[in-house]
Every structure is written in C-alpha cells, then in structure tokens.
Write a protein that binds this ligand. Structure first.
Ligand SMILES: NC(=O)c1ccc[n+]([C@@H]2O[C@H](COP(=O)([O-])OP(=O)(O)OC[C@H]3O[C@@H](n4cnc5c(N)ncnc54)[C@H](O)[C@@H]3O)[C@@H](O)[C@H]2O)c1
Length: 458
C-alpha cells in the first residue's frame, strides 16, 4: 500500500507507543514507525503482552499494528524513509556531575540528534515530544546544522500532555495540542504540516501554536502547576489532622469557588510518576541558572512538601502502631504511582516500602498491574517483601493495611473477611481517602485517613 506520509517516532516508551498508536488509528493514510534501541521493548510491542498497561491501548495497537503502525529497531531505515520524526526519548533527572539531582539528563536526547544528522538524506521535520528544558530546540538545531549532507531540518516543539491511566482518552479528545515553532517562513510551514496531522481528529480551535520557547516552557509549567495543587492540598491535610478539620470538606468548600475549581484537589500520600518531580526540578534548575533564586525556591517548595507528606505517612503509621513496626506484617494496597497504570516510577509506594523495611517491618505488596515493576524497584531489600496480587491473601495475617494507590478494586472489597484474617488490633491507613472509613471502623478496624480525624477503638 502507498502511504501519504511516513512518520517516525524515536523512543517506544509510555509516550511514544501510545501517541503513535493514536495517530495510526486516526490516520490510516500515514505509515507510522516507532523505533527504539531497546530490542526487548520492541519485541514486547510486537507481542500480545505490551510493555505498558493503559486502558484501551491493547485494542488500538491490535487494530493498527501491521496495517500502518510498525515497531522496529531499524533506526537508520526509519530516519531515511520518514519526513517527520517525533523524538520521544527519556529525559530523566541527571544523577551525576553539574546539576546532579536537578537538571535534565539530555544524553539520550543528544544522541538522537546525532543519529538523525548522521542518517538523514533529505529534509526532515523534527518534533520534540520529550519534555525538555526551555531552549533545547536551539541545541538540536545547532547539532543538526552541522550535517555533512547539507540537509535542512526544522525543529518543532509539541509537548505531550497525556496523563498515564487516561492516556487514550486524553489523546483522543485532548484539552489542547500545543505546537511551537520558529516564526520564520520555514518554521511556520513545518508547523502547519504538524497541525494538518492532528487536524485529522482534533478540532482546529484546540490546536494552538506558539513560539518555540513558550511551547517548551509551557510543558514544564503545566506540570509544575498540577503538582503544586497536589502539594497545596496535601500541606493542608497536616493542619486538618492537628485541628480537627476534615480535608474533604475543606476541599469541597474551596473547590466550589469557580475561580479555583474542584479538579486535582484529592489528597494523597504524595504525587509520583516519572514527570512531576523531574519537571519541577528541571524548572528550579533553569531558574537558578538564570539567577532567579526566589522563583526557584518557590517551586522547590512543591517537591519539599511532597517529600514531607510521604515521610509524615510513615511516621504516622509508626506512632500509631505503638512506636514499633519491627516484625509487624504490613500490606500495601497498590504500588503503581496512580490507578490504571502499571507504572511505578517515583511512586510514593517505593519510598514508603523502603522506610517500612528500615523500621524492620515485613512487607506484603499487592497491586493488580504493577508487581512486575515493584519487584525491580525493591530489588536489594526484598528479603523482607512478598508480592501477592490477590488482596485477600495479601492482607491475611497482617497487622496493618496501607492504601497507597487509588485502584477502584480496593473500594469494593469484603472488609469483614479481611478483618477476620488480620492480627488484632487491625489498622488501616488510607493514603488515598478512598475507603468507607465509618464502615471499616464499625467492622473493628482502627482507621487512619489523611487529613481527617482518626477512628479508633482505644
Ligand atoms: N510518561 C508520561 O506520562 C509522560 C507524559 C508527557 C511527557 N513525557 C515525556 O516524554 C518523554 C518520554 O517519556 P516516557 O515515559 O515515554 O519514557 P520511557 O523511558 O518510557 O521511554 C523512552 C524510550 O526511549 C528509548 N531511547 C532512549 N534513547 C534512544 C535512542 N537514542 N534511540 C532510540 N530510542 C531511544 C528508551 O529505550 C525508551 O524505551 C520524557 O521526556 C517525558 O518527560 C512523559
């Protein structure tokens, strides 16, 4: 079959795989190839057991794979045959040298730029899909400009705003698609080509364009604002617990103000995921680099509150359970950083699990989708950890349950049955406030929600 366009995506991860599957699904006239240096990951994308769990993803991959969606390790071929190249490689926090623990590690990004320069044999539009520090496009342009084949490149910024767990819905019906370009004739021509692709299914008024630096910065700022909201409400939970206020009631009263709105006001043990912390630290590092200490300190506070919230949760468990967790069996309900994903990157569960093991507790980790990743995350301390998917079996003979991920399945369990299988007094620490606290208390549990009065039998 002859395709209208060949599109390549470098990086077959949580972003590259689903975004390209969506484009392939909505645009059968384009051939989409996703390449990666990780052979195993590509093999998984070509199998029935995809490397990531995302509701609805299996269906669209099955419908498009082999038709106009292809997963491959042939990077050189992909670059040569495509006119538009999305780059969706990982940009984790740098853990060495200057900026260690803060700056973005751009090594994968830069290697990709060099690969594109080496193999390109005709004009290419390069699309930044990875989240990057503002001005990265300039570095990309400079590397590409040294092409020995005198090839021209246009670099665009098209940050991805999908949220894991709802990625398919987010991409199918996005709040907005943002495309940043140089404001030159070539830049605008390249931008229009990308607009044309999204316009196959996204209404035009939701495709917004901007200058390239605004686009790069908008992604960092969007994540910083979202994380800030989580830290804002979480900081109030500590005050609620001291004062007798109930954070759910406070959040409702605050959120009904239309200027504030009620989204993203759920309390938790803290935010996780591969992006929030990394992107805020990246923003903080950028501000410090530009000499903006006050701005940097302001945003750094969001990460500090998040760390505080995770530690507070563990100290609350310790204090409540008579100041010793040694040899106590504690069951974690959930390990993924949020519901409906198997992703555990930066999950608060990792911190909590490590701290509980430090206190010499015995851990049982339960999760419907994340146990494969949990085992990798806890490698080295797993002498004291068992992994049991079935929540009833996981909680049996435990002293306490801690809800760490807001999976729906935990809302609907038979807690009478769970209570009868646990060691008494039985404790529940609801790190997501998703359970029926009064009902649990009546069964006999000692219940510790976040940001509201505890319900205890002593
Ligand atoms: N995960 C999210 O929810 C999300 C949302 C929006 C934006 N982002 C951003 O998107 C980018 C990718 O995130 P992700 O979660 O998909 O990461 P990921 O780690 O799941 O995937 C990145 C992939 O890139 C591959 N890769 C690295 N260097 C390569 C190279 N030179 N050639 C070919 N492949 C290479 C890796 O092997 C890996 O499979 C990051 O910048 C992230 O900040 C992520």
């Amino acid at each position: 079959m002859k395709f209208e366009k060949n599109i390549l995506c470098i990086g077959a991860g949580y972003v590259g795989g689903p975004t390209m599957a969506m484009i392939a699904c909505k645009c059968p006239q384009y051939k989409i190839t996703v390449v990666d240096i990780d052979k195993e990951r590509i093999a998984q994308w070509n199998s029935d057991d995809l490397p990531i769990y995302e509701p609805g993803l299996d269906e669209i991959v099955k419908a498009t794979r082999g038709r106009n969606l292809f997963f491959s390790t042939e990077i050189e071929k992909g670059i040569k045959e495509s006119e538009l190249i999305f780059v969706s490689v990982n940009t984790p926090t740098k853990m060495f040298g200057a900026g260690s623990g803060m700056a973005a590690d751009l090594q994968y990004w830069e290697k990709t730029a060099r690969q594109i320069r080496k193999f390109a044999n005709s004009h290419k539009i390069i699309v930044e899909k990875s989240t990057l520090p503002v001005k990265t496009a300039l570095a990309m342009e400079r590397i590409l400009a040294l092409s020995e084949n005198y090839i021209n490149f246009d670099v665009l910024s098209n940050p991805e705003f999908l949220a894991e767990g709802t990625a398919i819905k987010d991409m199918e019906d996005p709040d907005r698609v943002l495309i940043g370009s140089r404001e030159t004739e070539n830049g605008i021509r390249a931008r229009d080509k990308l607009v044309e692709i999204y316009a196959n299914w996204v209404p035009r008024d939701r495709i917004i364009t901007s200058n390239i630096w605004s686009s790069e910065l908008s992604k960092l700022v969007a994540n910083a604002f979202l994380a800030q909201r989580v830290s804002s409400i979480n900081s109030i939970t500590a005050l609620c617990e001291k004062s007798g206020a109930d954070v759910t009631e406070v959040a409702q009263a605050v959120g009904m103000d239309s200027r504030i709105g009620n989204n993203f006001l759920n309390t938790s043990v803290g935010f996780g995921g591969s992006c929030f912390k990394k992107d805020i630290l990246n923003l903080v590092y950028l501000c410090r680099n530009y000499g903006l200490a006050e701005v940097a300190n302001y945003w750094e506070g969001v990460v500090k509150i998040n760390d505080y919230q995770k530690e507070r949760f563990v100290l609350n468990m310790l204090g409540t359970m008579f100041n010793t967790l040694a040899d106590k069996r504690i069951c974690l309900f959930g390990f993924a950083f949020k519901a409906n994903t198997g992703d555990t990157r930066e999950s608060p569960a990792i911190f909590i699990a490590k701290r509980l093991v430090e206190e010499k507790a015995e851990l049982v980790v339960s999760d419907p989708k994340a146990l494969r990743n949990a085992k990798i995350d806890l490698k080295g301390i797993d002498r004291d950890v068992s992994y049991i998917e079935n929540p009833y079996e996981a909680a049996a003979e435990c002293h306490a349950i801690a809800v760490v991920t807001e999976w729906d399945l935990y809302r609907n369990l038979d807690f009478e049955r769970i209570y009868s299988s646990m060691i008494k007094p039985a404790f529940i620490f609801d790190g997501r406030n998703i359970l029926d606290h009064k009902g649990l208390f009546e069964i006999g549990f000692n219940v510790f929600p976040i940001g509201k009065p505890a319900l205890t039998h002593f």
